[in-house]
Design a protein around this ligand. Structure first.
Ligand code: SF4
Length: 313
């Protein structure tokens, strides 16, 4: 099974880190960490940069934590945390264990995984992970091989194990909907029958996104021509899944000024609860905004440092 050895002892291969994701990949404010490397070869892959080339950093657990620690006030006051994605984050399972044990006693850690790992990689992580986002591509083994290059038997076996050990409300099945490949009623019914047998019902559909094609071209790959998934078909699929007892989850994030206001509210709450002498400025700017700015970052940095000092005493 794919077990990515560290380049230097105790380090992890990180492709990129996206901060300040709000409610789009889990609860609260989250940092999404894309780890490098994946044992699958899905032809629709929307993160091919995590599989090819050597454009990644090697970080120790401490260095990774230092990239994230200023966001702790946001995690704490929003119920958010860290999400490891990829690539396949569980391919570096040993690092995840070290990192979570050392630095995440109070930070909820989620993963986005295909579960194509050995049981030995998976089992020790079970008590450490808060929410499991499991990418379920297709139930039929032959098609799974054809589309991803590997059998799904270890995946199904690992999902059985997870369903036994983890409360169902902490497992979200994410389904990449690839038009003409895994979105037939037959495929969806086979998947739901299996999930029902395991007592799992939370499901989020991820319709194939065209932007994946540009990223694939950038990696020298030739994108496949896919038929369009129409809005009507998507509605029908949702209805079919609901008829089968599935609960459709649709997460959507906060952006722009709305995101800025939300983050400012969290900084104010941190100051209130810790009685910190930091002035939170109400921003007069009304133009396009990415939700944070150097001024907001400076306030956050000051709050995070004061909170650390307070907790050290
Ligand atoms: S499992 Fe995810 S990262 Fe890996 S090839 Fe498939 S889509 Fe890409």
């Amino acid at each position: 099974m794919f077990d990515l050895k560290p380049i230097t002892a105790g380090s992890v291969r990180v492709n990129s880190i996206t901060r300040l994701r709000i409610r789009s990949d889990g609860q609260g404010v989250r940092s999404l960490i894309f780890l490098q490397g994946c044992p699958l070869n899905c032809f629709w892959c929307c993160n091919p940069e995590t599989r090819f080339g050597d454009d990644f950093q090697t970080l120790t657990a401490k260095a990774l934590y230092q990239c994230l620690e200023n966001d702790i006030p946001y995690y704490r006051f929003s119920g958010g945390g860290i999400t490891f994605s990829g690539g396949e984050p569980l391919a570096q399972a040993r690092f995840l264990r070290t990192f979570i044990d050392a630095y995440c006693k109070e930070i909820p850690v989620d993963v986005e995984t295909s579960l194509f790992v050995s049981e030995a990689q998976l089992r020790p992580l079970i008590p450490l992970i808060h929410e499991w986002n499991v990418d379920f591509k297709i139930f039929d083994e032959e098609k799974h091989r054809q589309y991803t290059g590997v059998s799904n038997r270890p995946i199904l076996q690992n999902l059985r194990l997870l369903a036994k050990e983890v409360p169902a409300e902490r497992i979200l099945i994410t389904v990449p909907l690839i038009p003409g490949h895994n979105d037939s009623d037959e495929d969806l019914l086979a998947m739901t029958a299996f999930l029902k047998e395991l007592g799992l019902s939370r499901i989020e559909l991820h319709p194939y996104r065209k932007f994946a094609e540009d990223k694939q071209r950038q990696q020298g790959l030739t994108p496949f021509e896919l038929p369009k998934l129409t809005a009507e078909r998507l509605l029908r699929i949702r209805a079919l899944l609901e008829q089968q007892g599935m609960v459709s989850v649709q997460r959507s994030g906060l952006y722009g000024k709305e995101k800025c206001r939300y983050l400012k509210g969290l900084r104010k709450e941190a100051c209130r609860q810790y009685q910190l002498p930091v002035e939170i400025i109400d921003c007069p700017y009304t133009g396009p905004c990415i939700g944070t700015c150097p001024r907001c970052e400076a306030e956050l940095e000051e709050i995070a440092a004061l909170m650390r000092n307070r907790e050290r005493k």
